[in-house]
Design a protein around this ligand. Structure first.
Ligand code: FE2
Length: 356
């Protein structure tokens, strides 16, 4: 079994459902903050609960109610509200204890907690602010005052989300720039590799798109294709650049490039999902591949796809000792390798993609 099964993306063996399930895009989608916003009102006074429920529902919020902190925690086991609006003094569990309990629990600490209190309760309010309360509103208040407080909080949360998205987007761009540099560093050493990674990348992305992959999935395929041979950075020049047949020792050395590549990719958490491509693209269906000698469907699907793309490009590219094959001849060779070296389903997909 693959030691990288945690990133094994593909359990689906049917070619018609072949789109790999790469990680979805890094940037989260942003909805308008008020849409379907749930507010949990916690107050021991039934008239306050009903008045707030009525007012907030008229403003378009969904409202849940609880008569004390204990009941609120029970509700939280099933439903996560977007905001909690809580009284201070309540039987069984008061607002102070509820606020401190939620603040100490990572499942709930992100929910903005608004305290409803009276003017002469400054001490408790200060204490609740230190326990993570986001704001307080002084009783008695009208619905307009409450709306202003909620708008302020939700727009603050919204801005935080926007900032987080900007940060992730920036990280993503930096990552792509880093990948380009890595590939360029490899290609600067090896004339054969020059353009090979890009061509494999385009074929792999084409196969993923043809099999119904989403836009972000196609983007992951492009990255995976570009980096599939990145481990060759760790291969000695006299082996990597040797124009003649490799000796057994040299062949053994070049066979280390998937493992070297995997050790590089493992240090970049945001592209861990392409690890199977980098590590397993030289596995063969008959188990005679490397580095693990995986057999058949135990080879990750994305690696089987890359293997076909890699083989086609290797056959059709010029080498110092031979000219690249014509497309038709390469297709024949790939057809003959189907089942032994290459995955028959993936070969069929490649043929269909080529002819469309
Ligand atoms: Fe390779």
């Amino acid at each position: 079994m693959s030691i990288y099964s945690f990133t094994d993306l593909d359990k689906n063996e049917k070619i018609t459902n072949l789109a790999p399930t790469w990680k979805e895009p890094l940037v989260r989608s942003i909805d308008h903050p008020k849409k379907e916003t749930k507010i949990l009102v916690v107050d021991d006074s039934i008239s306050v609960r009903l008045a707030l429920q009525d007012g907030l529902e008229k403003l378009g919020y969904q409202v849940l109610t609880a008569e004390n902190g204990k009941k609120a925690i029970e509700i939280l086991k099933d439903t996560l509200p977007d905001l909690i609006l809580s009284d201070v003094y309540m039987p069984e569990m008061d607002g102070l204890e509820l606020c401190a309990t939620l603040h100490g629990n990572p499942l709930f600490s992100h929910i903005p907690f608004v305290v409803m209190s009276t003017e002469n309760d400054a001490g408790n309010m200060r204490q609740m602010m230190t326990h993570g309360a986001a704001a307080f509103i002084i009783k008695p208040f009208n619905i307009e005052q409450l709306t202003m407080t909620l708008n302020k909080i939700f727009s603050y949360e919204f801005m935080l989300l926007l900032k987080e998205n900007e940060r992730l987007d920036g990280e993503h761009k930096l990552l792509l720039a880093g990948i380009t540099s890595l590939v360029k560093a490899l290609e600067a050493r090896d004339q054969y590799t020059r353009g090979h990674s890009e061509r494999v990348s385009r074929i792999l992305a084409g196969l993923v798109e043809y099999s119904g992959g989403s836009e972000p999935t196609i983007e992951r395929a492009l990255i995976a294709g570009r980096l599939h041979d990145i481990g060759k950075i760790g291969i000695r020049d006299n082996v990597l650049l040797k124009p003649d047949k490799l000796s057994d020792d040299e062949f053994e050395h070049i066979q280390q490039h998937p493992s070297i590549g995997a050790s590089i990719i493992k240090t970049i958490p945001s592209i861990l999902d392409i690890l199977p491509v980098v590590y397993s693209h030289h596995e063969r269906m008959d188990g005679r591949g490397y580095p693990q000698g995986l057999i058949g469907q135990s080879i990750p699907l994305t690696a089987r796809m890359t293997s076909v793309a890699d083989t086609y490009d290797a056959l059709t590219s010029d080498r110092p000792y031979r000219k690249g094959m014509e497309h038709g001849k390469a297709i024949d060779v790939i057809g003959k390798a189907s089942g032994s070296q290459l995955c028959p389903d993936t070969v069929r997909l490649f043929f269909e993609w080529c002819s469309c």
